[in-house]
Design a protein around this ligand. Structure first.
Ligand SMILES: Cc1cc2nc3c(=O)[nH]c(=O)nc-3n(C[C@H](O)[C@H](O)[C@H](O)COP(=O)(O)OP(=O)(O)OC[C@H]3O[C@@H](n4cnc5c(N)ncnc54)[C@H](O)[C@@H]3O)c2cc1C
Length: 286
């Protein structure tokens, strides 16, 4: 199908972009890498009056390392994340997740901000952001506001971002010496969206797991935090017994819907498999 007719503007600053968002309201659609949006337009699933192309805005492509965190601009591409020594060193969970995002051609153009704004429940970065307690910076007519990842994802493709706001950056806390990060997912083919994925951040103390944040993708309408499974791991060494306890608790956290990719039971099984793999990975690091 062909995309519907629309106007096109290319602002040079965030303020100019915000003025367009205000002027057109729900008729405006932000364009970043276009890797999701163009498909949506071509399928006729969105009919915006105007595309606000933000790729000409400088200052949204920076990766800034702070003492305890790294702030990544919305227009940083997947490929740039993958090539960044700072991301590899300070944000290993995010870095591990990047090669799982689509294919190279898409990673060269698609952006962190686009993925976080779209909030596809099968996407990697939303789960990573949830696992790491990232903070999303939104800018609107009243200035900037910070939204914790825990509060950002509201429902299927629904986030805390208002229609008149741009997502300008995401800030991730740096990994600590006592943490182990594991990203893993199951796909039918490399580059496909995940059937099930897990972004896991483990805190270790004296050879035991003192805390964990287990964020699943493709298990619901949003990335889902497995709180009961994480609690079951608290204070335990990463043994097969701990794995069994966490897997048993996982049924309290996840209620996947069956679809053409798999039954609800099968999906819960995949989630358990990934959980076991991640805990065994921790075992190699204690
Ligand atoms: C074949 C294929 C396979 C893919 N596989 C995966 C995959 O496995 N995992 C995965 O995570 N993704 C996958 N993607 C999507 C890809 O990662 C996109 O790059 C990602 O969704 C972000 O797209 P983008 O930067 O191109 O944003 P766009 O497509 O330009 O925008 C996406 C949405 O976000 C909005 N938006 C974009 N930037 C902002 C902003 N800064 N502020 C406010 N709103 C904004 C747009 O209005 C639009 O609604 C795949 C895409 C394709 C085509």
């Amino acid at each position: 199908m062909k995309a519907p007719a629309f106007d096109y503007v290319k602002p040079a600053s965030v303020d100019e972009a915000l003025a367009y968002l205000k002027q057109y309201g729900s008729g405006a659609q932000v364009l970043a890498g276009g890797q999701s949006l163009m498909a949506v337009l071509n399928l006729g699933l969105a009919m915006p009056e105007v595309l606000v192309d933000i790729t000409g805005i400088s200052g949204l492509r920076d990766i800034v390392v702070h003492p305890d965190s790294v702030r990544i601009g919305a227009l940083v591409t997947h490929a740039t994340l993958q090539a960044s020594a700072d991301v590899a060193k300070y944000l290993p969970l995010l870095w591990q997740s990047v090669p799982h995002v689509a294919h190279l051609a898409i990673r060269n153009v698609g952006t962190l901000g686009g993925s976080m704004a779209l909030a596809d429940p099968a996407a990697e970065y939303p789960a990573v952001a949830l696992a790491l307690k990232a903070v999303i910076t939104l800018q609107g007519p009243k200035g900037q506001r910070q939204v914790a990842a825990d509060d950002y994802f509201r429902g299927l493709y629904d986030t805390a971002r208002a229609e008149d706001e741009l997502l300008v950056a995401v800030t991730f806390p740096k990994v600590k010496n006592n943490q182990v990060m594991v990203f893993d997912e199951l796909t039918r083919r490399r580059g496909d969206y995940a059937l099930c994925g897990l972004a896991a951040a483990f805190d270790l103390q004296g050879g035991k797991i003192s805390a964990a944040r287990l964020a699943y993708l493709s298990m619901g309408d949003t990335p889902v935090l497995a709180r009961a499974a994480a609690e079951a791991l608290g204070g335990k060494a990463p043994t097969e017994e701990a794995i069994a306890a966490a897997q048993a608790a996982l049924a309290q956290d996840l209620a996947p819907r069956g679809d053409l990719h798999g039954s609800a039971k099968g999906k819960l099984h995949w989630a358990k498999v990934l959980l076991a793999r991640s805990i065994r990975q921790v075992g190699k690091n204690v």
